[in-house]
Design a protein around this ligand. Structure first.
Ligand SMILES: Nc1nc2c(c(=O)[nH]1)N[C@@H](CN(C=O)c1ccc(C(=O)N[C@@H](CCC(=O)O)C(=O)O)cc1)CN2
Length: 284
């Protein structure tokens, strides 16, 4: 067997074309969706992601603003900026690029963002809504994975989903979203014993471990769906957590790195920003 490759990049482009039309329609009704992205410091990967967010926002017609602050910014300065953005009625979505420098507590910043503008879906109020199966902003990478699976018509009901990774950004929320779709979800992590015993039982394996090449053909069973969320730079080359050529011989579907899950992250951010603008204008 050689797996069908699910290209998130291609799906992302299709969805962004649809969004372009939606934004045009909103503007005709006087609604100008606006995203503000805040970045602190000079981390090259973060800078490249926020540039990608800016470019994608502009392409679909969103108003977007990038606020770049120095590495030495204090927590108080950032919290004051967020409060100003919370109060600004022209701003619909606020995103603070993670990770933050050590002097700033991520959770304090996440909790300072008005949940109705939290297009990252990280605020505890939005996480709680997701956990209780309510409609809200879902975190962008997990949401992108869900949309990819649905568009590929991969059924989730009753499937054994094994997730490697338990971060608040990806591992935990993707498990919750798939549980909401009636999948049977197992979370594995750095302390899991006999990882291979779990991965071999998966119908759908989601790897978000940040360990280049962690998973190969011998860790999976025939016909499994493999979603690779790893974004690792090894000797200057971008590589996933899955040994792609090896795993694709056994899998039924597989996502590549790059051009797999990554581009969907930014696409779902655009989706959430449009949703925020519509909700605010509908007073929801
Ligand atoms: N506030 C947030 N911070 C971070 C998030 C997030 O969702 N919100 N996620 C990650 C980084 N991230 C977006 O911010 C992100 C990661 C990867 C990609 C992407 O398109 N990857 C491409 C490769 C790009 C490259 O060449 O480097 C791919 O996989 O094809 C987009 C966004 C951490 N921080």
């Amino acid at each position: 067997m050689s797996a069908e490759v699910i290209y998130g990049k291609q799906l992302a482009e299709e969805l962004r074309e649809e969004m372009k039309e939606e934004v045009k329609g909103l503007k005709e009704h006087g609604i100008y969706p606006k995203l503000v992205v805040v970045i602190i410091g000079e981390d090259p990967a973060s800078k490249s992601y926020v540039r990608g967010k800016q470019r994608a926002s502009e392409k679909v017609g969103l108003d977007s603003e990038l606020i770049e602050l120095p590495e030495t910014t204090s927590e108080q300065e950032l919290l004051e900026l967020i409060e100003r953005l919370n109060q600004d009625e022209t701003v619909h979505g606020i995103l603070v690029q993670l990770p933050l420098p050590n002097q700033i507590a991520d959770q304090k910043v996440i909790e300072a963002i008005d949940p109705s503008k939290d297009v990252d879906g990280f605020h505890p109020s939005n996480v709680g809504k997701m956990m209780t199966g309510q409609e809200t902003f879902y975190p962008c990478t997990p949401y992108g994975i869900l949309v990819m699976l649905k568009r590929a018509e991969i059924s989730l009901e009753g499937k054994n989903v094994v997730i490697i990774g338990r971060s608040n950004l990806v591992g935990k929320p993707v498990g919750q979203l798939l549980l909401n779709e009636n999948a049977t979800v197992t979370h594995c992590h750095s302390r899991t014993k006999n990882l291979q015993e779990h991965t071999r039982k998966a119908d759908i394996l989601i790897v978000a471990a940040g360990k280049p090449g962690l998973i190969s053909a011998e860790d999976i069973s025939e016909g499994v769906v493999v979603i690779d969320v790893g974004v690792n730079r090894v000797e200057g080359k971008l590589t996933g957590d899955v040994q792609f050529e090896s795993a694709r011989q056994k899998a039924s579907y597989i996502t590549p790195v790059p051009k797999g899950v990554g581009p969907m992250t930014i696409t779902m951010l655009l989706h959430n920003t449009i949703k925020a603008a519509k909700r605010i204008h509908n007073n929801q």
